[in-house]
Write a protein of this length. Structure first.
Length: 359
């Protein structure tokens, strides 16, 4: 059973442009055998573009049909309900993010996983982003010292008017894009159970009542402080990543990183001197020294591809390659259920602090 037989629910931006595209790029690992699409025009499009059978409702799928995985790329507000029902009907599931509306609903999904024994994966492909993997490697290498603070700024200036702008649709920027970035933040913090959340939300450029500005400050004992911003009203976005450590700093994005650091072995030890500082003439002085910084850069090997396409494709392919390997071996998948639960709790805390925004 090398090749996994997949059914995709939903043929929208995700089901068509992400999952179908990625799975077709991995023909030795996956084969899409059918689709489920509620919209008649899109069912016609599926037939035209793929030639595969298409059902109007997932309840028409038969567990006896040799389907290994069902990709749930339906509307966000239906993810949990459909994923649970699919598992109860005997299917393994890949759920698009957000996995559920909140921690409470996600717990019901985990209960279904336990009760049915089915495999359940959340499509958090950003965990596999090459730039994020490189960033973690640099941090783990220790050159930057202890990491004090991390900024993740996923900003743009863009108006939006679709169903994902409506809070009640399990949407708003934190549930739309946030699962990826909160996952990054928590991964860099080491997924601490006792994370404190301070959140500010606002509405600027979404037509619906969902937030399109979210600023989260996260902290936990022994972990770097994280400042995560998701904004739809920043036409001057800074670096996606800024990492501040005791020996150096890193900045960059998914396809390019730059970091500078000093080497403690080459640098005089830091010694406290509380006397008023003076030079040899007795004149007052500020603390001043020249730290010898080393600077390095990493640029993803993107060839003539555009950086966004490179990143988006590579992380998706890496996700599916890893899922395929784990599916066959039975090994734990990189994106663990407990980690998604923590993400749900953090996003829930952020929403609870900003209820007035959605009225
Ligand atoms: N992981 C990512 O990077 C990423 C990117 C884009 C979207 N998404 C997620 O994918 C999900 C879908 O978003 P989208 O942008 O594709 O939406 P969309 O509006 O473009 O398409 C959704 C499609 O699913 C169909 N559909 C919805 N519920 C259905 C059901 N129960 N049965 C059959 N068909 C159904 C709709 O008819 C529609 O064609 C969202 O939850 C979104 O958060 C994830």
């Amino acid at each position: 059973m090398g090749k996994l037989n997949v059914v995709v629910i939903g043929y929208g931006r995700s089901g068509r442009d992400i999952h179908t595209r990625l799975l077709k790029m991995l023909p030795d690992l996956f084969e899409i055998s059918a689709y489920v699409e509620a919209d008649a025009e899109r069912r016609e499009m599926i037939s035209r573009e793929t030639g595969k059978p298409v059902y109007e409702d997932y309840t028409a799928l038969s567990a006896a049909a040799g389907i290994d995985l069902v990709v749930n790329a339906s509307f966000s507000q239906d993810h949990a309900r459909i994923s649970k029902d699919l598992m109860k009907r005997g299917f393994n599931v890949v759920s698009e993010k957000p996995a559920a509306r909140d921690a409470e609903e996600f717990q019901t999904v985990l209960d279904a996983v336990r009760e049915t024994g089915k495999r359940y994966y959340v499509f958090q492909q950003y965990r596999f982003a090459p730039g994020f993997a490189k960033l973690r490697e640099i941090i783990a290498g220790g050159l930057l010292g202890r990491i004090v603070a991390i900024n993740i700024q996923a900003d743009n200036f863009a108006r939006r008017w679709d169903w994902q702008t409506v809070h009640e649709n399990t949407a708003g920027v934190l549930l739309n894009n946030g699962p990826h970035y909160v996952d990054w933040a928590l991964a860099l913090m080491g997924f601490p159970e006792n994370v404190e959340v301070f959140a500010v939300m606002d509405r600027a450029n979404y037509a619906g009542n969902g937030e399109d500005y979210a600023k989260l400050i996260l902290r936990a004992p022994g972990a770097p402080a994280v400042d995560l911003e998701l904004s739809a009203c920043n036409a001057y976005p800074g670096d996606l990543f800024l990492v501040q450590g005791t020996r150096g700093t890193l900045k960059g994005n998914e396809s390019s990183l730059t970091w500078k650091y000093f080497k403690p072995a080459e640098t005089p030890a830091l010694k406290l001197d509380t006397r008023p500082l003076r030079n040899e003439k007795g004149e007052p002085l500020y603390c001043r020294e020249k730290l010898d910084f080393y600077e390095e850069t990493w640029n993803a090997d993107i060839g003539d591809r555009n950086p966004h396409e490179y990143d988006f494709t590579e992380k998706g392919l890496a996700y599916y390659r890893s899922l395929h390997a784990g599916f066959l071996s039975g090994d734990d998948f990189a994106v663990k259920h407990a980690e998604v639960m923590l993400q749900m709790k953090v996003m829930g805390a952020a929403h609870a602090q900003n209820k007035a925004v959605f009225t």
